[in-house]
Design a protein around this ligand. Sequence first.
Ligand code: ATP
Length: 299
Amino acid sequence: MIMVEHLTKRYGPHVAVDDVSFHCEPGTVTGFLGPNGAGKSTTMRMICGLTPPTSGNAAVTGRRYRELPNPGREIGVLLDASAQHAGRTGREALALAARTMGVDRGRVGAVLDQVGLNATAAKRRVGAYSLGMRQRLGLALALLGDPRVLILDEPANGLDPEGIFWMRGLLRDFADRGGTVLLSSHLLREVEAVADRVVVIGGGRVVAAGGKDELLAGAGTLVRGRDPHALRLTLDRVGLTATAGTDGGFLVRAEPGAVGQVAADAGLVLTELRPAGNGGLEQLFLTLTAGASTKEAVK
Ligand SMILES: Nc1ncnc2c1ncn2[C@@H]1O[C@H](COP(=O)(O)OP(=O)(O)OP(=O)(O)O)[C@@H](O)[C@H]1O
């Protein structure tokens, strides 16, 4: 269980994280989504005791990270895959961490297998690893203490599509066995396939949070009309919030029936009317995080 309560971080006048609260339950994967600079890493660093919050609290398994006697046995953390000693081999890095954590050395081979680093890769110096291999090693380090909680910042960075698919399976399996996973990403698609719950952050604030299916259901209606201009005016007139897509359609925060009725009353011809579904979540994500840097948000 991860509890985040009213976390705020200020750097001088700049508010990087602004009153952020959410929690992550055992048996679930929570996707922490937001564009670059939204405040994801800062929030995760505060949860892991690496950045002191200006105000607010975070607890993992009921205690602050710094109060845990042997944190690696309870929480697996991967915040920066590049922050590993370049001169050590992968196996040495893991053996050293195992000793520090008081973990049986046999776990080293087990986690190397689990993350798909073979004997040759394990003998190579980390300095010669690709980013994808570093992510795998970082994940191996996070899993080494057999923790119940995983906190991973952009773990899919540098992984190829096959690697991303593999990682999703690993995280799903971890959660299905009762573990708690919090993973961040600036790419919706990456998180969508594995997360049960989603917390969306933009400009340091939580702009949406909830079950993924719930958010999808509330994603609204996609509507397209023969006369987009008239449709926009009509929707505005009845007070329905509509976000224009790039292709002439609108995402409307209302049920399809209600949108269809409004169009019919105005005598407008519709060429498309459907629950927004997946495309809607993507649009919703962009809309919610607009104002923060959204350029990179959905690729
Ligand atoms: N040590 C620091 N000093 C000053 N500002 C900082 C510091 N760390 C982060 N920030 C600022 O806080 C904001 C949030 O940054 P953060 O790294 O948490 O975002 P992020 O969502 O993880 O983005 P990214 O995906 O790019 O890593 C940014 O505007 C960033 O410039």
